[in-house]
Design a protein around this ligand. Structure first.
Ligand SMILES: [Fe+2]
Length: 296
């Protein structure tokens, strides 16, 4: 399972500086010109934004605010059952609005007093080195658009529901926030592309799609699981493997296919020891060793 919220629509900059979001013909909003115009306008905000300046407010329709309210309400029920205690604590501390889409500037305003994290707007896919690198400084790149109203419980792309409900609630907890920062520090430290890719895959299988034992139960802390109404019920039935850096860092994932292998930490402490410890100290040589290159 897990094919939701993983594919970024390409964003093309025109000669006149305007931007066009290239939705695939299979995208639920493809044939809706009003939605597409709004997507272009929101992408333009991100392209024009400069770090350190306030994020301009995106315009949403009442219908879109209603989608946020609906999905927030339904996900909260699922989270009570499936999310880790620390994620739920983060959500409680953060106190996101449940009746309307928050502006990213507002998310930063709620989050930064808690763990120092601030949001940055992203038009679409951010290059790996930028996306991960700025985590070390407490910045999180986020899309600003919301899914198409025709399918409130599905999005092919990471939308603001994924970015904020999935990630900000985790970033509001000190221990998860520390892990995000360590991933950023690791991405800054490594120089080779294979090492960067290894660091990003470990992130993918933990902070995006990680699950964790909590007493006798299996809970989720990964943003990709916790933001996906259609898929959150499925993770317990998937191929669950023990946390293993070498395996996580070398498992091929295809964002256009079902995500069916997940890795389980035995506790948050276990995650911090294995994955946090790895990000804290890894470099090109240690990763080459894990990849089987420079051993012996
Ligand atoms: Fe994500």
């Amino acid at each position: 399972m897990f094919e939701e919220a993983q594919y970024f629509a390409p964003v093309a900059e025109q000669d006149d500086g305007s931007v066009v979001v290239e939705l695939a013909s299979s995208h639920p909003g493809f044939a809706d010109p009003v939605y597409r115009a709004r997507r272009n306008a929101i992408a333009q905000l991100a392209v024009n934004h400069r770090k350190g300046t306030p994020i301009p407010a995106a315009e949403y329709t009442e219908q879109e605010h209603g989608i946020w309210a609906l999905v927030t309400r339904e996900l909260a029920v699922k989270h009570a059952k499936y999310a880790t205690a620390e994620y739920l604590e983060g959500a409680e501390r953060l106190g996101l609005p449940d009746d309307r889409i928050p502006q990213l500037e507002e998310v930063s305003g709620l989050l930064s007093p808690l763990t120092g994290f601030r949001y940055l707007p992203a038009a679409g896919l951010v290059p790996l080195r930028d996306f991960y690198g700025v985590l070390a400084d407490g910045y999180f790149h986020s899309t600003q658009y919301i899914r198409h109203h025709s399918v409130p419980f599905y999005t092919p792309e990471p939308d603001i529901i994924h970015e904020v409900i999935g990630h900000a609630n985790a970033l509001a907890h000190d221990r998860y926030a520390a892990l995000y920062r360590l991933a950023g520090a690791a991405a800054r430290r490594v120089e080779s592309e294979p090492a960067l890719e290894f660091v990003s895959k470990v992130f993918w299988f933990t902070l995006e799609f990680g699950v964790m034992s909590e007493g006798p139960e299996l809970k989720a802390y990964g943003a990709g699981i916790l933001s996906s109404y259609g898929e959150i019920e499925e993770f317990r039935g998937m191929d669950i493997r023990p946390l293993d850096l070498r395996v996580m860092g070398t498992t091929q994932y295809d964002i256009t296919k079902y995500q069916d292998v997940l890795f389980r930490a035995e506790s948050l402490q276990h995650l911090e020891d294995v994955v946090g410890g790895f990000w804290e100290t890894c470099d090109d040589d240690s990763i080459a060793g894990l990849l089987g290159g420079n051993q012996g």
